[in-house]
Design a protein around this ligand. Structure first.
Ligand SMILES: O=C(O)C1=C[C@@H](OP(=O)(O)O)[C@@H](O)[C@H](O)C1
Ligand SMILES: C=C(OP(=O)(O)O)C(=O)O
Length: 410
């Protein structure tokens, strides 16, 4: 029975690093994700003067409830949106001048609603070139707190950043949310804040965060559910079986819900207390599915859709256009390169199986999920190659080795 060795969750590692840095005391992160995104986050913390001790299996962070230990810093956030959105928010609670820049890819991605909310809270945040984009400078002088309105219809990360900031403000925060995508990521944030001693309450569309700071703890990181989607999809597509240990009924990550999509298509799924198994049955039905809650797995589904017995329509995924690339168009373009008929609209993609896909070079746009998704297609289509296979380093540097090992066992 093939068991996939999936590295830690990017989202959980990033939150754990923020919480550990903000907490009173020393926090140990057990089995953090070691990848470009999370190492960039840890390096950013170090630049801000936090001590981050790293061994392969655990990271230790000395918390500083008062904020960064340095009065000035220049932080490079690489490609990571969690780093680029969470770290300036953490820095705002301190005292000093902090500049944040990011890769070309991340510079293209928006954060204006978060900028606006932070400014509404009195934070002096200035964008150097384009409003709502990196590079930016925060002249931090603490945050008093109070009420703020936020539109998180483009990214839930704006809301996570403000929620994480809440306990570091003098009065706490009441965040009035007008729109919200990727809701399960907010559940991760709230559960992790609870683990660090903070209970957020919800009143209708408002999130009420008390002041008082965080408590350090020892925190074990789950395997990444979005990364697991490639391995589960491989089982569904090949008729084999894949088990991911460490992700079961109590999992925090909404992306584990991708297995329900595979189940609807005909795969057998078993979610145990601490493991999930997907078994391919040879049947892969077409379907219409709303992926607003689990949109990081949209490319995974798009990549196996050509082998379904009917059309696959994925709806309500407009915000996949502002990820590492415009994922709706990148998926469509690459499927067309393989000879598959595809249509897209503002927030949907429809894939029409029929023609037998043929090998081609996949244009990755430096997006790790495009590579990992089309690697699954490669189980059935010989001759698939990538213009930038190494961009998997963002969340899973060892992807090609682990996927290759699984492929040999399926
Ligand atoms: O908070 C997080 O850790 C994330 C939230 C999601 O982003 P959006 O809220 O922008 O959809 C997800 O796509 C991203 O990979 C990680
Ligand atoms: C969208 C993603 O990453 P982020 O927004 O954290 O850069 C992702 O990992 O698919």
């Amino acid at each position: 029975m093939p068991v996939a060795d999936i590295p830690g969750s990017k989202s959980i590692t990033a939150r754990a690093l923020f919480l550990a840095a903000a907490a009173d005391g020393v926090t140990t992160l057990v089995r953090p994700l070691r990848s470009d995104d999370t190492e960039g986050f840890a390096e950013g913390l170090a630049r801000l003067g936090y001590r981050v001790g790293r061994t392969p299996d655990s990271w230790q962070v000395d918390g500083r409830p008062q904020g960064p230990a340095v009065a000035e810093a220049d932080v490079y956030c690489r490609d990571g949106a969690t780093t680029a959105r969470f770290l300036p928010t953490l820095a705002a609670a301190g005292h000093g001048t902090y500049r944040f820049d990011a890769s070309e890819q991340m510079r293209r991605r928006p954060l204006l609603p978060l900028t606006r909310a932070l400014r509404e809270l009195g934070v002096d945040l200035r964008h150097e070139e384009r409003d709502g984009h990196h590079p930016l400078t925060v002249r931090a002088a603490g945050v008093a707190g109070g009420e703020v309105t936020l539109d998180a219809g483009q990214s839930s990360q704006y809301l996570t950043a403000l929620l994480l900031l809440g306990p570091l403000t003098e009065k706490g925060l009441r965040i009035h949310v007008t729109d919200l995508v990727s809701v399960p990521y907010i559940e991760i944030t709230l559960a992790m804040m609870r683990a660090f001693g903070v209970e957020v309450t919800r009143e209708g569309h408002d999130f009420v965060v008390p002041p008082g700071g965080y408590r350090a703890t020892t925190y074990a990181i789950e395997p990444d559910a979005s990364t697991s989607s490639y391995f589960f999809a491989a089982a569904a597509l090949s008729g084999g079986e894949v088990t991911v240990p460490g992700l079961g009924e109590g999992a925090l990550q909404g992306d584990l819900g991708f297995v329900d999509v595979l189940r609807r298509m005909g795969a057998e799924v078993e979610i145990g207390a601490d493991r999930t198994t997907v078994r391919g049955t040879g049947e892969l039905r077409g379907l219409t599915v709303n992926m607003r809650d689990i949109s990081d797995t949209m490319p995974t589904l798009a990549a196996i859709a050509p082998f379904a017995s009917g059309p696959v329509r994925i709806e309500d995924v407009a915000n996949t256009r502002v990820k590492e690339c415009d994922r709706l168009e990148a998926c469509a373009e690459n499927l067309r390169r393989l000879g598959v008929r595809v249509e897209t609209g503002p927030d949907w993609i429809e894939i029409h199986p029929g023609a037998t896909p043929t090998g081609a070079e996949i244009k990755t746009y430096g997006d790790h999920r495009i590579v990992m998704s089309f690697a699954v297609t490669g189980l059935r289509v010989p001759g698939i190659s990538f213009d930038d296979p190494g961009c998997v380093r963002k969340t899973f540097p060892g992807f090609h080795e682990e996927f290759g090992a699984l492929r040999a066992r399926l």
